[in-house]
Design a binder for this molecule. Structure first.
Ligand SMILES: O=C(O)CCC(=O)C(=O)O
Length: 293
């Protein structure tokens, strides 16, 4: 596949539209990967390990001897720990892809969330599908443009080799209009449809939330680390909330963010009376654009 890194290539558009996900490889260098991992290491004592069974939901092929380990709240951490997560929030490669996949004015709906686990950590029953209709995440395409209402961006901080487990998806399922058989969600009989994309630390994964996806039990000797940012189209709301501005939604600390970082932290809505700026990117930098209305 041809990646331009600085813009969405025609091949990337085709791949995302066809399969409902896309891995853009090699975006973070080893220094950047180390910076994120160091920040996570410093805060792992705050991480929560879920109870085994809570996400596998009784599916035999997804069971494990522990639940997944997770941590959130990174954007508000102490300055030395939060800086890498704030950079990733509006990474130019993300901005250029999300403008193409969700439409302009995309926003962070929730996250970031670290998903981690040691060998034997359970999987997550597959969820999401085109049927029933999911109004907050639906996938729509019109006049050569993609309007995917929920796109998750997952930064890989550890390798996911063949058979390691971790993120799994039914490619193409973001477009299905048929109910998903329960045996696919549990992997009792996935008909060969479930795929675990192979990724390396530093790669970034985009996936349509409406696609049928979940987690396979972690099988590798090293710890899994994936940090997920859940973005939504401007008019879509997934996590509920009654506030609009970044300060009202998340707290005063957002005042110290850059204009680019603030631009993605507003609540949903399209009639905003000129209060919003949108982001643009050439893949190397991202900048705010005044919307005027
Ligand atoms: O990366 C994973 O383990 C899957 C995450 C997932 O299922 C989700 O974000 O809804």
């Amino acid at each position: 596949m041809r990646y331009e890194h600085h813009q969405v290539s025609a091949e990337e558009m085709y791949f995302f539209d066809l399969r409902g996900y896309l891995v853009v490889p090699g975006i973070l260098g080893s220094d950047e990967i180390d910076a994120v991992n160091r920040a996570l290491d410093a805060k792992m004592s705050d991480a929560v390990t879920l109870e085994a069974g809570s996400l596998s939901g009784g599916a035999e092929n997804l069971t494990g001897d522990s639940g997944r380990t997770q941590i959130t709240g990174m954007l508000g951490w102490e300055p030395e720990h939060r800086a890498p997560f704030r950079r990733l929030l509006v990474h130019p490669v993300v901005v250029s892809r999300l403008n193409a996949f969700t439409g302009r004015g995309f926003r962070l709906d929730h996250g970031p969330l670290l998903i981690s686990g040691r060998k034997g950590a359970e999987g997550h029953r597959l969820h999401g599908s085109g049927e029933p209709f999911g109004q907050s995440v639906t996938y729509h395409q019109q006049n050569g443009r993609i309007y995917c209402r929920g796109v998750t961006v997952a930064w890989q901080l550890a390798d996911c080799g063949p058979g390691d487990g971790g993120f799994a998806i039914v490619p193409g399922s973001h477009k299905t209009r048929e109910p998903t058989p329960d045996d696919v969600r549990t992997l009792n009989d996935d008909m060969g449809l479930v795929e675990q994309p192979v990724m390396r630390a530093g790669d970034v994964l985009f996936f349509a939330e409406t696609a049928t996806h979940g987690t396979l039990p972690w099988q590798a000797d090293h710890e899994r680390r994936s940090v997920l940012y859940k973005y939504a189209a401007r008019g879509a709301a997934r996590a509920v909330g009654k506030y609009f501005t970044p300060e009202d939604r998340l707290g005063d600390w957002t005042k110290e963010l850059t204009p680019e970082q603030q631009a993605v932290l507003y609540g949903p809505g399209v009639h905003h009376g000129g209060r919003l700026t949108f982001l643009d990117s050439d893949g190397e930098k991202a900048w705010v654009v005044n919307t005027g209305t």
